[in-house]
Design a protein around this ligand. Structure first.
Ligand SMILES: [Fe+2]
Length: 389
């Protein structure tokens, strides 16, 4: 069966996704997470039938992003260090270096334009201990990715990147015992926490050379289209495009990250939350484009395969978003194995003779998978044996 178009709730804002071939229950679950209705292409016929047998092979291939990984990771690390310095400057009341921030954002824009897949993967390396700095980095990169999807000019990508990087700087004026409190915040603490929006506006207003639109974003990124947000309860008509874009990617990254008080949600749950909030909280146009650019199985997500083996999504397939490349790292008994690269777009069969498919997206931690370990140990830049080659 082939899905040729997805329809958002209430019949508005159709998703602009490529054709999707449904081959497993997990494929249906992925689509159900983000929409209620689909259009089926009844004339579609698969261009290949049957499956080829899996055989052991010496064929090895680098992941396409691996070639650029080290250079991109260096940029990511450098900007991460810079944002930590900027946040420290703000916490201690010092003037931060606006030009250095702009230069860092420009490097992120260059890397996103050249290596979008690698930059997306790097946003999945969540570090709970450095949450605020990493969240700012991730929102910067995801906002640039969204702007790229919307075909923004390089100049505008630099502006949206700056807004994303600086959207939460006001949190540096929130006392650490509130910012890092493991339990639920009481009313008084919640008011202070919510005031990070006002603090952020003040910090950016007094920063010489800051992009003026970033003041708006820092102040309003928790407002909602229906006026139900904070700090002022503004509605859609008062919110800038950049504010509405940052609100979408900010919600996604916050939901999928581990915090001191909650485990991160799986990717599809976060997308489902954005879709449910379309038109009420989030601009539908930006939600659909964000889903279009991040896909159903973004790099860095752990999945269980139909064979019971566990793998990590390492590369997307733009032609068919339900058929990514997966690095299989555990066998069906959950034992570590020499990683092998599986391309789901190819009709490869598992050890039981069935065609490989994703069974479900799982939490990496539940399977003792640490993506940071793969990053630190250089495992993304290795050559891997290919399943079924
Ligand atoms: Fe915020």
């Amino acid at each position: 069966m082939c899905v040729c178009e997805l329809e958002a709730p209430k019949g508005e804002n159709p998703f602009m996704l490529d054709r999707i071939v449904i081959e497993s229950h997990a494929d249906i679950q992925a689509i159900q997470a983000v929409c209620d209705y689909v259009y089926i292409d009844v004339k579609f016929q698969k261009d290949h039938t049957g499956a080829i047998p899996t055989r052991s092979t010496e064929a090895r291939k680098q992941l396409s992003f691996a070639r650029s990984f080290e250079q991109t990771a260096v940029t990511f690390q450098r900007v991460g260090n810079l944002i930590k310095t900027v946040l420290d400057d703000i916490r201690f009341g010092n003037q931060f270096n606006t030009e250095a921030v702009k230069q860092a954002v420009a490097e992120c824009v260059d890397q996103v334009l050249e290596h979008p897949e690698t930059m997306l993967l790097l946003t999945q390396l969540k570090d709970q201990d450095q949450y605020t700095a990493q969240h700012c980095m991730n929102v910067c990169i995801l906002a640039i990715l969204l702007g790229r999807e919307l075909k923004y000019s390089v100049e505008d990508l630099n502006k949206i990147g700056f807004c994303g990087l600086m959207h939460d700087v006001g949190k540096m004026k929130v006392p650490l015992e509130i910012l890092n409190k493991p339990g639920k915040l009481d009313k008084f603490e919640l008011d202070i926490m919510r005031n990070h929006t006002v603090y952020g506006r003040n910090v950016l207003m007094s920063a010489r050379g800051a992009f003026p639109g970033a003041v708006d974003v820092a102040h309003n990124h928790h407002e909602q289209l229906n006026g139900g947000g904070y700090p002022r309860g503004l509605d859609k008509s008062a919110l800038s495009d950049f504010t509405k874009m940052v609100a979408v990617v900010d919600t996604y990254d916050a939901m999928t990250s581990d915090r001191v008080y909650q485990h991160g949600q799986p990717h599809l749950i976060a997308l489902g939350t954005l879709v449910k909030g379309m038109s009420q909280r989030y601009e539908a146009h930006y939600v659909t484009h964000f889903i279009n650019c991040i896909g159903f199985y973004p790099q860095g997500n752990a999945v269980e395969l139909s064979s019971g083996e566990i793998g990590i999504v390492v590369e997307q397939n733009k032609a068919d978003r339900l058929k990514p490349k997966i690095l299989i790292v555990k066998d069906s008994q959950r034992n570590d194995i020499e990683p092998r690269l599986l391309d789901l777009a190819k009709p490869v069969v598992d050890p039981q003779g069935n065609r490989y498919a994703v069974k479900q997206v799982v939490r990496a931690k539940d399977y003792q998978l640490d993506l940071n370990e793969y990053y630190r140990d250089g495992l993304f830049v290795k050559d891997y044996a290919i399943v079924g080659a």
